[in-house]
Design a protein around this ligand. Sequence first.
Ligand SMILES: [Zn+2]
Length: 86
Amino acid sequence: MEAIRTCVACRAREKRAGLRRVVVVNNEYVFDDKASMPGRGAWVHDSVECVQKAISRNTFARALRVAASVATHNLENRLKLIMDNS
Ligand SMILES: [Zn+2]
């Protein structure tokens, strides 16, 4: 049985293989590509739409119960990477 997670941006339920895990490390959001880092994680589709939405609405802060001031540059870098590859 594969675990089901919810995307923080579009709220769709998805097998975890279809989502990317995001955690907070040293007050910044980090993509946990191996889904093995400790602590609370939030999940998002690896798509321009969902990552963009998550950044603009600050949904990671709510999902992870952290301050809105957590740095989003890794999320923005990821967004650029997805855009470049699409
Ligand atoms: Zn999504």
